[in-house]
Every structure is written in structure tokens, then in C-alpha cells.
Design a protein around this ligand. Structure first.
Ligand code: NAP
Ligand code: ZN
Ligand code: ZN
Length: 347
């Protein structure tokens, strides 16, 4: 076993604190990764506080992991020691169901094995990237293109793929108008990626102070969601809405912004449900849909797409000792646009 240092939530009510634990020894198909950077996703906060239920403790969060392959198992073919690599939200899946065979392992019928707060086939708790090292089967490891910085690439492993995948799946492109709701970690990646796809983007936000940022990121228009005039002005304007909001809000008001046959795609996961009114959907044959991260092949495609378009996440790099304060700042919307932990602070 490999003794590892990390930061963990011991219960849903406790702050994250230093925590020592063991990683499995590397098997023939495994890559041992020295973690250099890990993004802080809002899902880390939801899960560390058990806001969705089912969290497993002690929990070392973190699923936006970038590092260097330190050692590889004897059967590993895709990576060698010294390669810059990444790990996203899951580290295994059944590999045999229709979804796994199709390369959409995030929809594995047996359930993907989450990078943390999961239990592997030996019954061991998985632990995430707020730590010095991780051991992952090579089939669930990504290659980080050399032109991307480690800190700027880390959030691509969740925020990047979570927004790229639905944009690709629904074929959002040049001839579409897209509203991105919420300009946080996911939202700012959605704007950058959709903008590179040639889409016309409007950001809908609760924060007037993000207007300039939205334009700089690639949006052509901006609307404040506390102002009812925004919803009058933008009625039936969009082919797609990508909703990245982390807190409870009323979906119905946004559905009215879709054209006939428009689709509202949920990626944000508030901890409480909200009622849906049928008429706004029925009268214009609109759809509401959801999407979770992306498969391994598509995540690699997204990383290469971002490298090709010189897209990185806008990050604020922090030492791990500031993680609890960073959580509070994420909840206040006080980050442009992703915190990334520099794991050198833990060594
Ligand atoms: P984040 O950085 O905190 O961004 C969320 C944004 O939502 C905020 O910046 C804010 O944008 C808006 N917001 C927050 N509270 C709000 C409220 N009460 N009403 C309206 N808007 C509000 O979080 P994130 O990391 O981007 O994650 C966003 C959500 O996606 C989380 O629920 C996370 O768990 C989920 N997620 C889902 C997937 C998936 O695969 N589907 C993957 C990763 C994360 P403005 O200031 O612009 O209003
Ligand atoms: Zn995430
Ligand atoms: Zn499967």
C-alpha cells in the first residue's frame, strides 16, 4: 500500500482537515500519478456536505486532477513515467454494458466508480485529488496536451467536459443561439467552449458584476435574472439553454426563453427539486434534458479541442490550507472562475 497525504471531510458537518490514508499498490494496468493540481468543483462541496445524500466518509474530495505519471504497471501501454496526465470524475466502470462498450461510461448501467465517495470492487473507499498521489487504471487516465498549463487544465476534467459533452451531443454550433445560466466554474467553460464552436451566447446571471467578464469570455449579450425585463426581452430567443446553477431556482421562467423545439439542458444539480409547469413545454414543443460529465474518449477529445483553441480555465491557485475558505468563497460566488489547489503545498 502507498501511504498518501490528503485533506478530508470526516463528516458532513466537519471542515476539511489533514488526513493520511493508503492507496492500493499499482497493479499491471495501473498508473501511479503524482498530483500537482486539483480543481475545486461545486460538486465537491455538495458531496462533502452530503447535500445530495449517499456521501461516504471520510471523504477526500477532488475530481479535476492533473499530475505526472510517476510509475506505470507492467501491462500499461498508453502512458509512461514522466507523462502529464489527468483524472476526472470516475476511475472505473463495468466495461461490458452497452454504455461502456459505446464509450459513454458515465452512463454505465452498473454505475461508474466515482473518483471519490465510491466503493471499488474490493470494497475500498475511493479517495479524490485533494491529495499527493492517486493510482488509476490506465483506461480511465487522460493525456494532458503539452500546451495547456497544469492549473488551467485541471478544471477541464470536470467543468470542461460537463459543458463540452452536451454541446457536442446536441450539435450546438454556428447557427444556434445559446443561453448559459450561471457564470461560475461550469458556466465560464461553457462560454469559452461554445464560443470556440461559433455559437452566439447570452449569459444569464444573478451577478451584475460579471457582465464584463461574460463579454470578455465570448458572450454577445448578458441578462440579469433578478430583473423581469430580462425575461420579457429574451422570450423565445434560444435554441438551447445550458443551466449550470448550483442552487434552487425556477426552471419555468427559463423555458419561456426557448424557441419552438428548443431544449433546456440541466447540468447544475441543486439539492432540492423544483416544480415544472407543463404549458410552457407543451405549447412550443420544448424539451428539458440533463447531462452528466462525459466518457473517457470524449474527455480526451475535449482536452485536445481546448488545446487546439487555446482554451484553459480561468483559475485562482491556492495552497490546500485555504480549502475551507475557498469553499465559502465559492458559495458566495467570489471566484473567477475556479479555485485550483497546488498540491506542492501538501508535500
Ligand atoms: P459554481 O462555480 O459555484 O457556479 C454556480 C453558479 O450558479 C454561480 O456562479 C452563480 O452564477 C449561479 N448561482 C449560484 N447560486 C445561485 C442562486 N441561488 N440562484 C441563481 N444562480 C445561482 O459551481 P460549478 O462548479 O460551476 O457547478 C455548478 C453546478 O453543476 C453544481 O450544482 C455542481 O454540482 C453541478 N455539476 C454537475 C455536473 C454534471 O455532470 N452534470 C458536473 C459538475 C458540476 P451567477 O453569479 O452568474 O448567477
Ligand atoms: Zn465536478
Ligand atoms: Zn458499464
Amino acid at each position: 500500500m502507498l501511504s498518501t497525504k490528503g485533506y478530508a471531510a470526516m463528516t458532513a458537518k466537519s471542515l476539511l482537515q489533514p488526513f493520511s490514508f493508503e492507496r492500493r499498490d499499482i497493479g499491471p494496468n495501473d498508473v501511479l500519478i503524482d498530483i500537482t493540481h486539483c480543481g475545486i468543483c461545486h460538486s465537491d462541496i455538495h458531496q462533502a456536505r452530503n447535500e445530495w445524500g449517499g456521501s461516504l466518509f471520510p471523504m477526500v474530495p477532488g475530481h479535476e486532477i492533473v499530475g505526472t505519471a510517476a510509475r506505470v504497471g507492467s501491462a500499461v501501454r498508453k502512458f509512461k513515467a514522466g507523462d502529464r496526465v489527468g483524472v476526472g470524475c470516475f476511475v472505473d466502470s463495468c466495461r461490458t454494458c452497452a454504455a461502456c462498450r459505446e464509450g459513454i461510461e458515465q452512463y454505465c448501467e452498473a454505475g461508474m466508480l466515482l473518483t471519490y465517495s465510491g466503493r471499488d470492487k474490493n470494497g475500498h473507499l475511493t479517495q479524490g485529488g485533494y491529495s499527493t498521489q492517486i493510482v488509476v487504471d490506465e483506461n480511465y487516465v487522460l493525456r494532458i496536451p503539452p500546451t495547456l498549463s497544469a492549473a488551467g487544465a485541471a478544471p477541464l476534467l470536470c467543468a470542461g467536459i460537463t459543458t463540452y459533452s452536451p454541446l457536442r451531443h446536441w450539435g450546438v454550433g454556428k447557427y444556434h443561439k445559446l443561453a448559459v445560466v450561471g457564470l461560475g466554474g461550469l458556466g465560464h467553460m461553457a462560454v469559452k467552449i461554445a464560443s470556440a464552436m461559433g455559437t452566439e451566447i447570452v449569459v444569464l446571471s444573478t451577478s451584475e458584476r460579471k457582465r464584463k467578464d461574460a463579454e470578455q469570455l465570448g458572450a454577445t449579450d448578458f441578462g440579469i435574472t433578478s430583473d423581469p425585463k430580462t425575461f420579457m426581452r429574451l422570450q423565445r430567443r434560444f435554441d438551447y439553454i445550458l443551466d449550470t446553477v448550483s442552487a434552487l431556482h425556477d426552471y419555468n421562467t427559463y423555458i419561456n426563453l426557448l424557441k419552438t423545439d428548443g431544449t433546456m439542458i440541466l447540468v447544475g444539480v441543486p439539492d432540492k427539486p423544483t416544480p415544472l409547469e407543463p404549458f410552457p413545454l407543451i405549447l412550443h414543443r420544448r424539451r428539458i434534458a440533463g447531462s452528466v460529465i462525459g466518457g473517457i474518449h470524449e474527455t480526451q477529445e475535449m482536452l485536445d479541442f481546448c488545446a487546439g483553441h487555446m482554451i484553459e480555465s480561468d483559475v485562482e491557485v491556492i495552497p490546500i490550507q485555504q480549502v475551507n475558505e475557498a469553499y465559502e468563497r465559492v458559495l458566495r460566488g467570489d471566484v473567477r472562475f475556479r479555485f485550483v489547489i497546488d498540491l506542492a503545498s501538501l508535500k
